[in-house]
Design a binder for this molecule. Structure first.
Ligand code: SF4
Ligand code: SF4
Length: 295
């Protein structure tokens, strides 16, 4: 089984699959006839690291950035929350200027990749994600008519995607695990989805949550860890993905105070069993409906 993670810039055009060594013919520069055409019709899904870069660039809190520059959407059938860049009513990115992108050095992952997208899949039995690249050719983009030819690898180096890839890795893995988890995960309750949103995107609110007395009474962390989480957005983001893996899948990498886990298991066992049962029934019903026409 393979799982797709994300394809930046939605398009009706069927993309071509590429490897790192594949070549593409492409050049984008100020002065090209289509300059800014892509940003006038922006459909950009943001990663947690994109949020950090943008909020630091603009000197805003994550809560302010989310309110002013993003719109929420559902990433899967379970209502897993995601965010996209907010646009004007005409679809233009709010960061677009006549001179180009006003946040260029901190532009989101999807903007760096374009006209490439990445499709991340988790092969059956493997814990390592595999990345395929796709070339997205849209009519308005004249960069494909330019004479320059280069490898996917060299294009990604030019666009400085490496740091973004590294920073996005943990969250991508979490999403893949969630998508391939089946009935053992089930549809998360609303409170868990809200917690996911906070951990992934609203890190300043998440920071207050982590530094609260309630959190400290539950989790057994060193004071030095709290000091780092109080100051560093990236460390907090990485901690957030660990916490969500713990919440979704029970992967206990964050130590809890004595007896807390057992108490929670006692309290929640009935709820977890009911959720698992409901999910199995839902999947069974879907299968029955799919094959009912085959008799
Ligand atoms: S963030 Fe910059 S590159 Fe990305 S769509 Fe907006 S203006 Fe274009
Ligand atoms: S060449 Fe493509 S990516 Fe570059 S400005 Fe034109 S539409 Fe945008």
């Amino acid at each position: 089984m393979s799982e797709k993670f994300d394809t930046p810039f939605q398009s009706n055009i069927v993309p071509t699959i590429l490897e790192l060594g594949s070549t593409l013919k492409f050049r984008c520069y100020k002065g090209i006839s289509c300059f800014n055409a892509c940003c006038k019709n922006a459909d950009i899904t943001l990663t947690p690291y994109d949020i950090i870069r943008l909020k630091q660039r603009l000197g805003k809190t994550s809560t302010e950035l989310l309110k002013e520059h993003t719109v929420p959407f559902q990433m899967d059938q379970d209502g897993l929350p995601g965010v996209k860049l907010r646009t004007t009513d005409d679809g233009a990115c709010l960061f677009m200027t006549d001179e180009g992108c006003s946040v260029y050095e901190d532009r989101p992952t999807a903007c760096r990749y374009y006209p490439l997208g990445n499709m991340i899949r988790l092969d059956t039995g493997s814990k390592e994600a595999h990345v395929d690249y796709v070339l997205i050719k849209e009519e308005h983009c004249k960069g494909h008519e330019e004479a320059r030819e280069l490898t996917v690898h060299d294009y990604l180096v030019e666009q400085e995607t490496a740091q973004y890839d590294e920073m996005n890795k943990e969250w991508q893995q979490l999403m893949l695990m969630k998508r391939s988890g089946g009935p053992s995960v089930g549809k998360p309750p609303e409170a868990t989805l809200q917690m996911y949103f906070m951990c992934a995107f609203d890190m300043d609110r998440f920071r207050r949550f982590v530094l609260s007395d309630n959190f400290k009474a539950t989790y057994d962390l060193e004071d030095s860890t709290y000091e780092v989480l109080a100051k560093e957005d990236v460390s907090l983001m990485q901690f957030g993905s660990r916490l969500m893996k713990q919440v979704f899948f029970g992967l206990r990498t964050i130590p809890e105070k004595n007896g807390v886990w057992e108490k929670r298991v006692d309290e929640r066992q009935e709820v977890w069993d009911a959720r698992r049962q409901a999910e199995i029934q839902r999947q069974q019903q879907t299968e029955d409906e799919r094959y009912s026409g085959d008799d």
